[in-house]
Design a binder for this molecule. Structure first.
Ligand code: PMP
Length: 404
């Protein structure tokens, strides 16, 4: 059982007032808040071991390198990757996906097909579109139903020997749908396609096991799991990372450089050109430790209670419609109120100290599917409470009264 007061005390920002009211932070889908251990670890790095990594023989450089590689190992364990060199540090999910699409530019040919789901964030659509434009491959879309679930019979029909890559999120940021990724991974492999899982919205809620899933790539961001911004991970299967060309050229990623020819470093360095976000990478390990100490069973239990309670309470409001009613869903509630623009609700409840996201959530195709300009999205984390949901419901009712 979570001691919620103790957990909340770990996050200094949660005791703040915003616009004179106690902060209710329900924008966890955009980024999570940071516990004191993470904030302290950033200062500690700069106070005690700041140096460039993998380069110097001096003590600080070795300490920083050890801490960075130790963090890679923690993340390897966390996602159960077979090798540490399959775990690449990135600046976030977007960087990870672009690294992969850049690599596939040298593999795909005209006539090849890339399958992308209808439920994607723009960062898992646009890089694939750019890839298709570059290579002449065709982008095909796995459709969804009105509950916001991908239609697996349509996915099965789209798969063929032309399919070279499939890309899908584990959990949708806009609707909270949990996608049947194990099924999708197995089916992609049956036709010989590679598959990338965008895990940005999954890792805050669960511990992915990349070996059990057998995915080829799994990308996520550190800032959504209590870690610093500008951090992320791309897991790639060794055989794929060996096959793909480097993303960026520069220091760190080479074996030998002459003006005639450069040879590349072994994994993971081949994909880690330049000085990385050293503090961020190290502290991402601290964040993962923190999440594991809280425990993913506890996290899930708390968040599912909040989802159930929040859904029930919000549906008491007349004219309120929830978008995303999948059977498998995480703690995200996307909703609208008849006749009122989501932005107006968001603006009024912000004055009451409540942070939600309004708009298209970087998923315009989903909004087009439902024929709406956007939604109000309340996304709950394990440090949120039912009392905060009550505050939001009352605030939304007040906004509705003011606007109608
Ligand atoms: N995919 C999904 C599903 C997301 O929710 C996000 C972040 N909102 C991203 C990708 C992009 O993550 P980042 O901006 O951290 O690169």
């Amino acid at each position: 059982m979570l001691d919620i007061n103790k957990i909340r005390a770990d996050f200094p920002i949660l005791s703040q007032k915003v616009n004179g009211k106690p902060l209710v932070y329900f924008d966890n889908g955009a980024t999570s808040q940071k516990p004191q251990v993470v904030i302290d670890a950033i200062s500690k790095y700069y106070e005690e071991i700041n140096a460039n990594i993998h380069r110097g023989v001096h003590t600080l450089s070795q300490l920083a390198t050890d801490a960075y590689e130790n963090s890679r190992g923690k993340i390897q364990n966390h996602i159960n990757a077979k090798f540490a060199h399959e775990v690449l540090f990135t600046s976030g999910t977007t960087h990870g996906i672009n690294l992969v699409t850049n690599g596939f530019a040298s593999i795909l040919k005209p006539g090849d097909e890339v399958l992308v789901s209808a439920l994607e964030h723009h960062s898992n659509i646009v890089p694939w579109q750019m890839l298709c434009e570059k290579t002449g491959a065709t982008l095909r879309v796995i459709p969804m139903n009105l509950d916001g679930e991908l239609i697996m019979s349509e996915y099965d029909k789209l798969l063929s020997d032309k399919t070279k890559v499939v890309t899908v999120n584990h959990i949708s940021n806009a609707l909270g749908t949990v996608n049947p990724i194990k099924y999708m991974i197995d089916k992609a492999h049956e036709v010989g396609a590679a598959i990338l899982i965008d895990g940005a919205q999954a890792v805050p809620h669960l511990k992915p096991d990349v070996q059990e899933l057998d995915c080829d790539f799994y990308a996520f961001s550190g800032h959504k799991i209590c870690g610093p911004t500008g951090t992320g991970i791309l897991y790639g299967k060794e055989e794929w990372l060996n096959k793909l060309p480097p993303y960026q050229g520069g220091g760190e990623m080479i074996k030998e450089v002459t003006f005639e020819k450069t040879t590349y470093a072994e994994l993971p360095h081949k994909f880690e050109a330049g000085t990385p976000n050293i503090a961020g990478g190290i502290v991402l390990g601290t964040a993962v430790d923190y999440m594991n100490e809280v425990g993913f069973d506890n996290i899930q239990k708390q968040e599912l209670e909040l989802l159930e309670y929040g859904t029930k309470r919000l549906l008491e409001i007349e004219g309120l419609k929830i978008f995303g009613t999948a059977k498998e869903k995480t703690s995200v509630i996307s909703f609208n109120i008849e006749g009122i623009h989501p932005y107006d609700i968001g603006t009024i409840i912000d004055k009451l100290g409540i942070a939600v996201r309004t708009g298209h959530h970087c998923a315009q195709p989903i909004m087009n599917f439902f024929n709406i300009p956007g939604t109000i999205r309340a996304s709950f984390a394990f440090y949120n409470t039912k009392e905060e949901i009550d505050v939001m419901v009352e605030a939304v009712k007040k906004a509705q009264l003011m606007l109608s």
